[in-house]
Write a protein that binds this ligand. Structure first.
Ligand code: ZN
Length: 250
């Protein structure tokens, strides 16, 4: 019989699951605030309507659920057959009727939650592969989903902001983004400082770095390529008249 509570007892993982569930609830709230007509409107992502964002979040839950199933059964089930299959799926999903689109979001979120809930304690350590080809323990699926639901809730472009995202989610996101830049070598000479904290990311060894600073929410927004407001750029003690765009994240 399926359990009604999580099988894992790992406190860190349970905390992570809580952030993922809160993020899903937050996305659901912002989606519910949109009328069927509003769904046709622009999201914050170039070329994507709110329909695309909603379809993406729905199919993302299904893709992540496939990884959790893989961890549970040992039978390899990739997130997507390919990135082009994923993109076609989103384009198709964006054409669904509003009710079908809302059902896609609801049902896929419930399904993923059941997969997480019923995954046995030791299966959380089983290795799966992400669409980028990274091999990760099943635990990582929780974070993969967390950042999607929180950031794309902002992308729905109906009032959610980065200040709505919990600080632990924002700092982990910034760490991820800075890590991606570092791997690609695009962070040379770039130093990110979160005001009011000790948090520093980027090229910490640079001689005269370009320093980007702001609150955690503003800096993360800038780092994800979603706006420069509240962010200051400084070099050799001089504030630059324009804040440069962040290096690409994805
Ligand atoms: Zn996404």
């Amino acid at each position: 019989m399926a359990a009604r509570t999580d099988q894992t007892t790992d406190p860190e993982l349970l905390e992570g699951l809580l952030q993922a569930r809160r993020g899903t609830a937050f996305f659901a709230r912002k989606l519910n605030e949109l009328s069927d007509q509003d769904l046709d409107g622009d999201s914050l992502l170039p070329g994507w309507t709110r329909r695309h964002v909603t379809a993406h979040i729905g199919y993302n839950a299904r893709a992540i659920a496939r990884l959790v199933e893989w961890a549970g059964t040992g039978v390899e089930t990739p997130m997507y057959a390919s990135t082009s299959v994923r993109d076609h799926e989103i384009d198709f999903g964006a054409t669904l009727s509003p009710i079908a689109l809302r059902n896609l979001f609801d049902h896929s979120a419930v399904h993923l939650n059941v997969e997480w809930r019923d995954l046995p304690e030791d299966a959380w350590h089983h290795k799966v592969k992400t669409v980028q080809g990274r091999t990760v323990p099943a635990e990582e699926t929780v974070w993969m989903r967390t950042r999607e639901v929180w950031v794309h809730a902002v992308d729905l472009n109906n009032g959610a902001t980065f200040t709505d995202i919990p600080a632990p989610v924002l700092s982990r996101l910034l760490k991820d983004i800075a890590g991606a830049w570092h791997t690609r070598g695009t962070d040379t000479g770039l130093l990110i400082k979160v005001t009011g904290t000790e948090l520093t990311f980027g090229d910490t060894g640079a001689d005269a770095p370009l320093v980007i600073s702001g609150t955690l929410a503003d800096v993360v927004r800038w780092a994800t390529g979603r706006g420069i407001s509240g962010v200051t750029a400084e070099q050799n003690g001089t504030v630059l008249p324009e804040v440069p765009a962040a290096p690409n994240w994805i």
